[in-house]
Design a binder for this molecule. Structure first.
Ligand code: C2E
Ligand code: MG
Ligand code: MG
Ligand code: MG
Length: 279
């Protein structure tokens, strides 16, 4: 009897596994196709001045429309793109779309930096820097209007390599922002070692700061840290008016979140910017 059960289990697991593998393979093929046909999309979410509501920049976020028309989350396809060796091309297309958006805004006399998310795999790739520079010069935009968002994990690889890489970006005027700050590595020593530009407070702390004293304490601490180190600071995931008001009280002046705008396609983003600029 026990043997039978065992067999049934094995059977169950392998079926599940097979289904998962087929699913992954389908999605991988789908990403590859999307990159080839250039149907990957960049949505843009404004970064705003919390006090005036003016747009001070934007973050580019990758979107893939599934065959059923539903949007597939980057949390699903970014890790797969990384495993399948497609992340370099995906990153390249995201930078291209961001440059195009910067260019359109410049045509309206608006200078706004757009930040692009970069995984550590992309960051450590030897031709990443030159690839970014080439795209920026192809589009003939000032390089400081493209910024990179890295997570802490990209920086903890305690090598001189990381230092050199960061320096090359800084040298050409590309700012570096630390995404999801507070959720990564426990040591803060990299902040002293690297010349960074911006910290983004992770949305998990913002979400419940109005009802969770620990979250609020962490937010306060990050604000003091950024102030003392003269780093630019952006709060992520602002959904409620109370979040915004409390952040202003605590001295955080910039943020992004659904309260202001969800990530939206380029035409809607430009419309949003123009509306805010004419107010
Ligand atoms: P992230 O860089 O931390 O981006 C912020 C995420 O929070 C985005 O999710 C955004 O849509 C969401 N968000 C913004 N405001 C709010 C809010 O008020 N409430 C809530 N609940 N969520 C909010 P998204 O677009 O699904 O992206 C998820 C993650 O996928 C990103 O996290 C980033 O790590 C990664 N990602 C997205 N696009 C790219 C890309 O082009 N390249 C790479 N390497 N990673 C990307
Ligand atoms: Mg980000
Ligand atoms: Mg984040
Ligand atoms: Mg994230």
């Amino acid at each position: 009897k026990a043997k039978n059960d065992g067999r049934r289990h094995t059977c169950f697991f392998s079926e599940e596994l097979e289904k998962q593998m087929v699913q992954r393979f389908k999605l991988e093929t789908y990403i590859r196709e999307a990159l080839k046909k250039q149907t990957l999309m960049a949505y843009f979410q404004p970064k705003v001045d919390l006090i005036t509501g003016r747009v001070i920049g934007a973050e580019a976020l990758a979107r893939l429309k599934g065959s059923d028309g539903q949007i597939i989350s980057p949390n699903e396809f970014i890790p797969l793109a990384e495993e399948a060796g497609l992340i370099q091309e995906l990153g390249r297309q995201m930078i291209v779309m961001s440059c195009k958006c910067v260019q359109k805004l410049l045509a309206c006399n608006i200078r706004l930096p757009i930040s692009v998310n970069v995984t550590s795999a992309q960051f450590v790739s030897p031709d990443f820097i030159s690839s970014v520079q080439n795209i920026i010069s192809d589009y003939n935009i000032p390089s400081h209007l493209i910024e990179l968002e890295l997570t802490e994990s990209a920086l903890v690889d305690d090598s001189d390599d990381v230092y050199e890489r960061l320096k090359s970006f800084k040298d050409v005027g590309i700012a570096i922002s630390i995404d999801d700050f507070g959720t990564g590595y426990s040591s803060l020593s990299y902040l002293r070692k690297f010349d960074l530009d911006e910290l983004k407070i992770d949305q998990s702390f913002i979400r419940d700061m109005h009802e969770n004293a620990s979250s609020e304490a962490i937010v306060k601490t990050i604000i003091s840290l950024a102030t003392a180190m003269e780093l630019n600071l952006v709060a992520e995931g602002i959904e409620l008016e109370v979040h915004k008001l409390r952040l202003i009280e605590l001295g955080c002046k910039k943020g992004q979140g659904f309260l202001f705008s969800r990530p939206v396609p380029e035409p809607m983003f430009i419309e949003y910017v123009l509306a805010k600029h004419s107010q």
